[in-house]
Design a protein around this ligand. Structure first.
Ligand SMILES: NC(=O)c1ccc[n+]([C@@H]2O[C@H](COP(=O)([O-])OP(=O)(O)OC[C@H]3O[C@@H](n4cnc5c(N)ncnc54)[C@H](OP(=O)(O)O)[C@@H]3O)[C@@H](O)[C@H]2O)c1
Length: 274
């Protein structure tokens, strides 16, 4: 897909792999919408893109640890744009950001579930009219190989919390949502896929976990960009990729009853079912 002139939103693009991903379509003439919490980091990225001779991206500031933040981001994008060719749901926190203990979002939800999954679920739904308007268009959910089945009796992990499980649960939730949404969007011209970009890239979340990086943001970034613009990806939907290759996710992802439970819960928690 030629991204020139296309409108592309990438959440969590002020740092890490998102920052790398945002620069590439900007260099190829896309209208890039960057997002993060920190205006100074967004300005540094904008300056870098302009210094390379490309059009400045538009920055949207929103904290996705509250559903109000996700709603505010969706309304700002909807106010400014009539169509969205690509939505990359990339913003996230790792297993240890903010410490090893259990944390909650502004809405009282377990924080990794809220930031990594629920905000992307809400954003995708609120942005769907714009995304459908641009069909053929693409949604890319940046998930992970780190996946843990959801315990529907304790989704917010009030018992036996640990950061790795919370992170991995949120990442599997993204993959389950991807499969579900792909079914819902059949025939609409909108495809949605999820991927593990690369293992332990050298990013803030990996360093915060005390982990020695083994991949670069370029490696993971190229895998994400392939989902965005690869011609062989056109028409493919509901799939999970490990880097460049299609892969199997945790078995719970293929359990239609579990996906339905997650969908019903997510619609309820985000207020979309009302
Ligand atoms: N690193 C890896 O090896 C790896 C492996 C598999 C999957 N992934 C996935 O790749 C994605 C990007 O990770 P990364 O390693 O690039 O992380 P990163 O360097 O820590 O960057 C995270 C990005 O998300 C944003 N973000 C974090 N919390 C936010 C919040 N509450 N509200 C709004 N934005 C928020 C950050 O914005 P601020 O600038 O405001 O902090 C930043 O732009 C994540 O979904 C992650 O799970 C990463």
């Amino acid at each position: 897909m030629d991204v020139s002139g296309k409108t592309i939103l990438i959440t969590g693009s002020t740092d890490g792999v998102g920052r790398y991903v945002a620069r590439q379509p900007a260099a190829r003439g896309a209208k890039v919408l960057i997002h993060g919490r920190d205006a100074a980091r967004a300005k540094a990225l904008t300056d870098d893109i302009q210094r390379d001779g490309h059009a400045a991206p538009t920055f949207y500031q929103a904290d996705l640890s509250s559903l109000a933040g996700a709603r505010q981001l969706a309304s700002a994008v909807t106010r400014d744009h009539k169509r969205l060719d690509v939505f990359i749901s990339n913003a996230g926190i790792g297993s240890q950001n903010g410490g090893a203990g259990r944390q909650t979002s502004a809405d009282g939800h377990e924080l990794r579930f809220a930031v990594n999954y629920l905000s992307g679920f809400l954003l995708a739904h609120l942005l769907l009219p714009l995304i459908k308007e641009a069909a053929p268009s693409r949604i890319v959910n940046v998930a992970s190989l780190g996946q843990h089945p959801i315990d529907f009796d304790d989704v917010m992990i009030t018992k036996g919390y640990n950061g790795s499980r919370a992170y991995a649960q949120s990442k599997l939730a993204q993959i389950m949502f991807t499969i579900d949404l792909a079914e819902e969007l059949k025939g609409s011209g909108v495809t949605v896929n999820s991927l593990h970009p690369a293992t332990y890239m050298n990013t803030t979340m990996v360093r915060a976990g005390g982990i020695t990086p083994i991949s670069t943001v370029e490696q993971g970034g190229e895998a994400i960009l392939h989902r965005v613009a690869g011609d062989d990806v056109a028409g493919k939907s509901g799939l999970f990729f490990n880097g460049m290759n299609e892969a199997r996710a945790n078995p719970q992802a293929y359990d239609a009853a579990a996906r339905k439970r997650l969908r019903v819960l997510s619609l309820e928690l985000t207020g979309l079912s009302a």
